[in-house]
Design a protein around this ligand. Structure first.
Ligand code: CP
Ligand code: NVA
Length: 309
C-alpha cells in the first residue's frame, strides 16, 4: 500500500513508510549534528496556516524548511478568511498553484480534509481536534533513540485526545505495545479504537485501555502525558481539573514504573497533568522529544514534497 499524498493522520501511511520516515528523521538529525544540512528542498515553498497557537510546530516547520533550503510562509486566519473571504476549496486551489506544500492547524479535522481534497499539493496536519500525527513521528523517533520499537512498552495517561488518538493509531500500525489510561468519560474516540483494533489484528500490536493509571504504567518503559485541556476546550478547564485529578504523572505514579522515560508533547501545565519534579527530573526526555519535532518534520516534508524515500 502506498502512502497518501497528504499526512492528515498517521493511518495515511503503512508501517514500512512510517519506519522509512523514522529512519530518515534519525539520519537528518545525525547529519545536523555533524553540521550538514542537505539542500533537498532548495527553491521549494510551503504555506503554514494556523488557526490556533503554536510554538513547536510552527517554529520547527519553518526552521525545517529553511534548513533544507526551502522557504515557509505563515498565514493567519484573519489574512486568509477561509469560509468568509473565500471557500476552503478556493483557498486550496489557489495555494496549489503557488506553493509546494501546505501545513494546517485547524480546529476542525473535517475542514482540513476539505482543504486536502481540493489541493493538488501535499497537505500536512499540524494538529486538529482529532489528530496530531506529526507529533507522534517525533515521539517515536525519541522512543527509538532509547529502546527497540518492537519491544518498548508505552503508557499514555490522561485525556483521550488528539495526541492519544494518533499515538494509538501509530502503535497499532507498527505492532507495538501501548496501555492507555483515561477516565471512562474521556477515552480515545470509539472510531479510532475500532480502526486501531483492525490495524492491530494485522500488525500484532497490543493495546490496553483502562481507567487505572497504575495498571497502565506498571513496568512501562515510557510514560506519556498531555494537557487535560486541549486548545478550544478552555471553558471546561475547571471541570477537567477535577475529572483528571487522579491522572497526574508524578513521582508517586512513577514508583510503578521506576525505569520509565517520561514523554510530554508540550506545552506542559505544571502541577496539573505532570508535576515539575517529573518534568524537570532525570527520567524526563521532553526536550529531546521537542528537538525531534524539527528532524522528523524535515523527513515528513521531504517524503511529501519529493516522493517516497
Ligand atoms: N507539541 C506541539 O504541537 O506544540 P505547539 O502547540 O507549541 O506547536
Ligand atoms: N492536545 C493538545 C496538544 C497540544 C500540542 C491540544 O490539542 O491542545
Amino acid at each position: 500500500m502506498a502512502g497518501s499524498k497528504d499526512f492528515l493522520t498517521v493511518a495515511d501511511w503503512p508501517a514500512e513508510e512510517l519506519r522509512a520516515l523514522l529512519e530518515r528523521a534519525r539520519e537528518l538529525k545525525d547529519l545536523d549534528k555533524r553540521g550538514e544540512r542537505p539542500q533537498t528542498l532548495l527553491g521549494r515553498t510551503m504555506a503554514l496556516y494556523f488557526e490556533k497557537p503554536s510554538l513547536r510546530t510552527h517554529v520547527t516547520f519553518e526552521a525545517g524548511m529553511t534548513q533544507l533550503g526551502g522557504h515557509a510562509i505563515l498565514l493567519r486566519p484573519e489574512q486568509v478568511g477561509i469560509g468568509s473571504r473565500e471557500t476552503p476549496a478556493d483557498v486550496a486551489r489557489g495555494l496549489s498553484r503557488w506553493v509546494d506544500a501546505l501545513t494546517c492547524r485547524t480546529f476542525s479535522h473535517e475542514l482540513l480534509e476539505e482543504i486536502a481534497q481540493h489541493s493538488t499539493i501535499p497537505v500536512i496536519n499540524a494538529l486538529t481536534d482529532r489528530f496530531h500525527p506529526c507529533q507522534i513521528i517525533a515521539d517515536l523517533q525519541t522512543v527509538a533513540e532509547r529502546a527497540d520499537l518492537d519491544r518498548a512498552v508505552l503508557a499514555y495517561v490522561g485525556d483521550g485526545n488528539n495526541v492519544a488518538a494518533s499515538l494509538t493509531l501509530a502503535v497499532s500500525i507498527l505492532g507495538m505495545e501501548l496501555r492507555v489510561a483515561t477516565p471512562d468519560t474521556h477515552r480515545v474516540a470509539p472510531e479510532v479504537c475500532a480502526q486501531a483494533a483492525t490495524l492491530a489484528e494485522a500488525s500484532g500490536a497490543k493495546i490496553l485501555y483502562t481507567a487505572d493509571p497504575v495498571e497502565a504504567v506498571r513496568g512501562a518503559d515510557f510514560v506519556y502525558t498531555d494537557t487535560w485541556t486541549s486548545m478550544g476546550q478552555e471553558d471546561e478547564k475547571a471541570e477537567r481539573k477535577k475529572i483528571f485529578a487522579a491522572y497526574q504523572v508524578n513521582t508517586r505514579l512513577l514508583e510503578h514504573a521506576p525505569e520509565a522515560w517520561v514523554l510530554h508533547c508540550l506545552p506542559a501545565y505544571r502541577e496539573l497533568e505532570i508535576s515539575s519534579s517529573v518534568l524537570d527530573g532525570e527520567r524526563s526526555i521532553v526536550w529531546d522529544q521537542a528537538e525531534n519535532r524539527l528532524h522528523s518534520q524535515k523527513a515528513i516534508l521531504e517524503r511529501l514534497i519529493l516522493g517516497p524515500f
